[in-house]
Design a protein around this ligand. Structure first.
Ligand code: LLP
Length: 469
């Protein structure tokens, strides 16, 4: 049965193309399903960044992450410009690279003036290798190792201190004779006790969270910090969760954080930085309705400015660290369709050549995605199918109830919004090789991640001598 709009217009994959708006209305990438350069070309094939998706798959294989440079840069610029427009003080946007940490992505974010939030020594290493200025790198983690702390201090980045254990370890590191590590630059991460409506696993701001200092210990914390002359504590951090559509939780957070600044000032601590974290949601499906990047930034700036005026505090340097809303929409994953299984009256499974190893979000968070067939983008949608991955696990389903045209083996299925927490959470389950990634811009495609090979899979394997046959 051909699917139609109420008005009788036939549904096709083209319905997901960036919305046509009036000439002066900005497209906020996080409100779109496809990258901003997505088009249907003269062969009726989906193209992104001027590149035909089927040609990319012929050239680079599948599954293939396809990252649209223009969409990523636009999101970076919108964050940066919104702070310049709405905030009277200094500001710095950091890219939360846990969303997708690799050399090329770090380099693009840095070239747009963004700093980088890293969550481990490995992410820090990658950002440094990408040439990011360490003064714009912030290291997170609730259980940083001593080695990671020393790596951070040596590299000159800022450490976002999460807990008392870490604080004592830092004191011990700087007080140990001959280390020469003095005055590491720190922010303190606090748990604001703000609830937001998102998946339980990606909620972090509520009091019952593994992250951050308990704000009930604020007095104790500030008293301790004010005595540490070898630590250079410059500000405060909080992050309340991810994929958030409401603006109120971040407004509340901004208000709470200014109160923390006030409490610090009472202890004689002049804290000059506030980092409000990330969390702005994106549109994965039509019904998702996140605010635009500009609206989100504006809401936070307004509250911070008003609260600082009321409390008679100088405006802090304001930082935020979005991940998903910067990069998710910039990327699609292209798969090749293979087998299918029709269970009459029950369901049709259509299998692709990847799955939970390149996109673990559906099986982990029951996340929903939309897909199109790149080579049938203009064909009428006629069926509802279940897109299965190729892993030995029944739960390896990428999309339940995907609305597609008739499909056949060799068709290229494109899943949208896969730029965040896909590659960065990818695994080698069933010893599948991790996909390649290409960066597309101005009709050119550059490889940014090579496809893994079978040799790569056994590179870390060791076969003890006595097991060799
Ligand atoms: N800052 C901190 C301290 C964070 O923990 C996170 C995300 C961010 C910033 C960026 O948040 P975003 O703007 O991306 O919402 N794997 C999950 C998401 C985990 C988020 C972890 N922290 C997912 O696939 O939905």
């Amino acid at each position: 049965m051909v699917s139609t709009h109420p008005a009788g217009v036939q549904h096709t994959g083209s319905q997901y193309l960036p919305q046509k708006r009036s000439a002066n209305a900005n497209i906020s990438p996080n409100q779109e399903l496809l990258p901003v350069t997505a088009k249907v070309n003269s062969h009726d094939v989906l193209e992104i960044g001027g590149c035909d998706i089927t040609t990319l798959v012929q050239q680079f294989g599948s599954p293939l992450y396809i990252l649209d440079e223009a969409t990523l840069r636009l999101a970076c610029q919108q964050y940066r410009d919104a702070f310049q427009k709405y905030y009277q003080g200094e500001s710095q946007v950091l890219y939360a690279s846990k969303a997708w940490n690799c050399l090329a992505v770090c380099a693009i974010a840095a070239s747009e003036g963004l700093g980088i939030d890293v969550a481990s020594g490995g992410e820090l290493y990658t950002a440094l290798q990408a040439g990011v200025n360490p003064e714009k790198i912030y290291l997170h983690n609730n259980n940083k190792s001593r080695d990671e702390l020393i790596f951070a201090i040596e590299s000159g980045c800022t450490i976002v201190v999460d807990n008392w254990y870490e604080l004592h370890t830092l004191v011990e590191i700087v007080e140990t004779a001959n280390t020469g590590y003095v005055n590491p630059r720190l922010l303190l991460r606090l748990t604001p006790g703000i609830e937001c409506h998102t998946h339980e696993y990606i909620r972090t701001g509520q009091l019952d969270s593994k992250f951050g200092f308990d704000p009930n210990q604020l007095e104790e914390l500030f008293t301790f910090i004010s005595k540490q002359t070898a630590l250079n504590c410059v500000g405060l951090h909080a992050h309340i969760g991810s994929q958030i559509f409401e603006r109120q939780p971040h407004r509340d957070l901004a208000g709470v954080m200014v109160q923390w600044l006030k409490a610090a000032a009472k202890h004689g601590l002049e804290l000059t930085e506030l980092n409000v974290g990330g969390g702005l949601g994106i549109r994965y499906v039509e019904s998702d309705d996140p605010p635009s990047i500009e609206e989100w930034v504006k809401a936070i700036c307004e509250v911070i400015q008003a609260a600082c005026a009321t409390e008679n505090l100088p405006l802090p340097k304001l930082l935020c660290e979005p991940g998903r809303s910067l990069i998710a929409t910039a990327c699609v994953t292209a798969y090749t369709i293979g087998s299918s299984k029709v269970i009459p009256e029950v369901r049709t499974y259509v299998a692709v050549d990847g799955g939970m190893s390149d996109n673990p979000r559906p099986i982990t968070y029951q996340s929903v995605y939309r897909a199109v067939i790149a080579n049938k983008i203009a064909a009428p949608i006629t069926q509802t199918v279940t897109i299965a991955g190729k892993h030995c696990e029944s739960g390896d389903i990428l999309i339940k109830n995907a609305q597609l045209p008739e499909t056949e083996p060799g068709d290229i299925l494109v899943v949208m919004g896969t730029g965040a927490y896909n590659y960065s959470m990818a695994s080698n389950y069933n010893r599948l090789t991790k996909p390649a990634a290409v960066l597309v811009a101005n009709s050119e495609a550059n490889l940014i991640l090579q496809r893994e090979t079978y040799q790569d899979l056994i590179r870390q394997d060791c076969l003890p001598e006595r097991l060799k046959v």
